[in-house]
Write a protein that binds this ligand. Structure first.
Ligand code: ADP
Ligand code: MG
Length: 424
């Protein structure tokens, strides 16, 4: 269902493609043994390789390779048994090598399709073009000294996965849903923690507009957007800006832009004419990366049940509603909590899980999530354990207490963290 935007001169369609940078969960960096721990003192996690001392050689960290393959598998993408690391050459103060090791023509993961579910229940397929591995750069710190910039190389060489979508999204809602889906998948796979406020996940947002059905328009690319809300603001702002330019008879410039959260606007960073020629070439320090199908198959076996499969199972095997299943599987911890609770409830009551799933799902989503949200806690910090939650529901199912009383006991348990019987 295409959503067109009404302009002064007729309808427009917005086209969006996302490049998502996801930091690989790994103790060590992509080509050195230095730690990746977040929040350490500047320049305390920097080896000779990360600081690009002459003559140092990168050595591939196999765990990062496994993580990229797991991610590709979780996304249902093609895994390339042979890929190549290239040098992407550019100068920047926080890039001591003078190039970034990345993958250009031969990425480790190829095409795939991600299904997203929209508010109105429709499902849409978004194409993925590729996932490649690359090094992160260091960080320039402009706020440490009145007229000097400091450089922190702790991030230098940390493994990133860049996940490039096809230009298949048509609204801010779709882009948000796609980003959330990718974040859910990497969290299930355990390959990226998805913490946007720590910079573990961020997106470059490509936006263009066109007349419905016309050729793709010229895009702007807004760099390093680090929240879903900002991403949606970028899309709305860019859509409006570009439509205004085109309706005034102007042309959209192909350029890189930056987002200003304070004003909710984007501004030009550099135009494509100033864009770099990166002079990509295969890194002579690294052989092509080759692994066997067995290596891939073993990693596939190590993946947990993925969100789409879990959702399907909750709906068809347990009778959980479509909506509730979607909410529960969005975060693995939520689904785990629900499934543990349901298992215990079935044992406590001797009833079949299918008879209890709807009650349990409603309790987890409405009562528990509602309370957690109010107190700003995550499910892993829940004052009510799965066993105590199951005991409470068992009392209700067994008719020992009414639904009304159960709500009161629930409120008390939130405060006390005690078993249901110990609250009165
Ligand atoms: P670059 O490295 O220059 O950014 P890529 O080929 O990696 O180029 O493409 C970047 C992203 O831009 C992809 O996610 C792609 O889907 C998206 N994209 C390409 N053309 C358009 C367009 N006309 N409008 C919106 N997005 C686009
Ligand atoms: Mg780009």
């Amino acid at each position: 269902m295409a959503e067109y935007i009404q302009g002064a001169t007729g309808e427009w369609e917005v086209v969006i493609g996302l490049e998502i940078h996801a930091q690989v969960t790994s103790e060590a960096k992509l080509f050195s043994g230095s730690s990746t721990k977040f929040g350490s003192e500047p320049n305390t996690q920097v080896s000779f390789v990360c600081s690009a001392m002459p003559g140092m050689l990168p050595v591939i960290n196999e765990e990062c390779i496994r993580q990229a393959v797991r991610t590709g598998l979780a996304m249902g993408c093609k895994i390339n048994l042979r890929s190549v690391f290239d040098r992407k050459n550019y100068f920047y103060a926080d890039l001591p090598q003078g190039y970034q090791i990345s993958q250009f023509k031969d990425p480790i993961v190829g095409e795939g399709v991600i299904e997203i579910q929209l508010e109105d229940g429709t499902v849409k397929a978004i194409g993925v073009e590729r996932l490649h591995l690359e090094q992160d750069a260091g960080k320039s710190m402009h706020d440490q000294h009145p007229n000097q910039t400091y450089v922190d190389l702790n991030r230098s060489g940390v493994a990133l996965m860049e996940i490039v979508s096809m230009p298949d999204m048509r609204s801010a809602e779709e882009a948000g849903a796609y980003f959330r889906k990718i974040r859910t998948l990497v969290r299930y796979a355990g390959t990226c923690d998805g913490n946007m406020d720590q910079g573990s996940m961020r997106a470059d947002v490509n936006v263009s507009v066109r007349r419905p059905g016309a050729e793709l328009g010229i895009r702007s690319e807004t760099k390093n957007v680090n929240s879903i809300r900002f991403m949606m603001q970028v899309i709305e702002f860019e859509t409006r800006r570009q439509i205004d330019i085109l309706e005034d008879g102007g042309e959209v410039a192909q350029e890189t832009r930056q987002f200003d959260p304070a004003s909710g606007t984007t501004s030009s960073l550099r135009s494509k004419e100033e864009a770099h020629d990166y002079r990509y070439f295969p890194d002579p320090d690294l052989l092509p990366l080759e692994f066997s199908q067995d290596f891939v198959d073993n990693l596939a076996k190590s993946l947990p049940e993925l969100p789409d499969d879990k959702r399907e199972r909750l709906i068809s095997d347990l009778g959980v509603s479509d909506y509730n299943a979607g909410v529960l599987v969005a975060e693995k911890e939520n689904a785990d909590y629900f499934e543990d609770l349901l298992g215990e409830l079935a044992r406590n009551t001797g009833k079949d899980q299918t008879k209890l799933a709807t009650l349990a799902a409603n309790w987890v989503i409405v009562d528990l999530f509602g309370a957690l949200k109010k107190s700003g806690k995550s499910i892993t910090e829940s004052p009510i354990s799965t066993s105590y939650g199951a005991e409470l529901l068992a009392l209700q199912v067994g008719g020992v207490i009414s639904g009304r009383i159960a709500k009161d006991v629930f409120e008390n348990m939130l405060q006390s963290g005690k078993k249901p019987e110990q609250n009165d």
